[in-house]
Design a binder for this molecule. Structure first.
Ligand code: 0O2
Length: 250
């Protein structure tokens, strides 16, 4: 395992002239190189989750993922977030404190799928989990629900391997619908009225109820299917012990 200090010095070496306290300049080549690191990390995690999706389908007949999206935070948004949080605009702070420069969103059908995927991702042997936030059990005041994992993925370059941070957001279709709309209408919009804000919280609760009801239906269907399969298997095994007249030999 590469130690933290070793990693940082590796990064500094890789960036050549990137020194800890250097101020961020989004127009220079250093910034471009740093963003290359995050882009590479995003490709790595996307490939892992694509492979997981294929494996679950092929080997376990399980299709929990509806769709996956990825995005790299815009340079201006990185700076804005750092300013909002009162961080000095250095590359060091950008690496250490901004967790969602590379982001992947995994959208599932049911709440139970979200938790299943969290479990599976936690077990990926080559990633490092830094933090988990369950905004499904503890929704934000805004009504926002989702499961966030901040992790580091290993990215291998010609000169060595580096761990780079990615934020993984896992949520249901309903939560994603709400978050996308709310992001456009309210998130970071100071002009929204109190009434509209309240309504958005109300809609988040309604969507959560729908998610719960749909989960109940899905669990019932699943239970029924399992019961039927058990009955079919039992009937099949009964057939096996009956003498088969076509194969019966004296
Ligand atoms: P954008 O524009 O989506 O990129 P941290 O420093 O890691 O402890 P952080 O990153 O400040 O905490 O906040 P948090 O709460 O973990 O949120 C990370 C991301 O979740 C946000 O990134 C949003 O994408 C999403 N998010 C959080 N709260 C809300 C919300 O109320 N509504 C919506 N629609 N999305 C939310 P950014 O960088 O803030 O925004």
């Amino acid at each position: 395992m590469i130690e933290d200090d070793e990693e940082k010095s590796y990064l500094i070496k890789m960036e050549n002239n990137l020194v800890n306290k250097e101020k961020i300049n989004i127009d220079d080549v250093t910034f471009e190189k740093v963003m290359f690191l995050y882009n590479s990390a995003l490709k790595e995690i996307k490939t892992k989750i694509d492979i997981l999706q294929d494996e679950l389908k092929l080997f376990h007949n399980y299709e929990p993922i509806e769709y996956i999206t990825t995005r790299i935070k815009k340079p201006e948004s990185i700076l804005k977030k750092m300013e909002r949080k009162n961080y000095e605009l250095t590359y060091e702070n950008m690496f250490d404190k901004i967790n969602d420069i590379a982001g992947i969103r995994v959208v599932c059908n049911f709440k139970k799928d979200v938790y299943k995927l969290v479990e599976i991702i936690e077990d990926f042997s080559d990633i490092r989990i830094l933090n988990k936030k369950d905004f499904m059990k503890n929704p934000k005041k805004s009504g926002y629900m989702s499961y966030h994992i901040i992790l580091e993925v290993p990215v291998t370059f010609s000169t060595g391997t580096m761990f780079v941070k990615v934020e993984v957001q896992i949520r249901t279709l309903g939560m994603d619908f709400w978050a996308s709309i709310e992001h456009k209408l309210k998130y970071k919009n100071p002009n929204i009225t109190k009434g509209d804000s309240k309504n958005l919280v109300k809609y988040a609760r309604i969507i959560n109820n729908i998610d719960d009801n749909i989960l109940t239906i899905s669990n019932r269907i699943e239970k029924e299917r399992t019961k039927n399969n058990i009955m079919i298997e039992a009937a099949d095994s009964k057939k096996d012990i009956e003498p088969n007249k076509f194969n019966f030999k004296l």
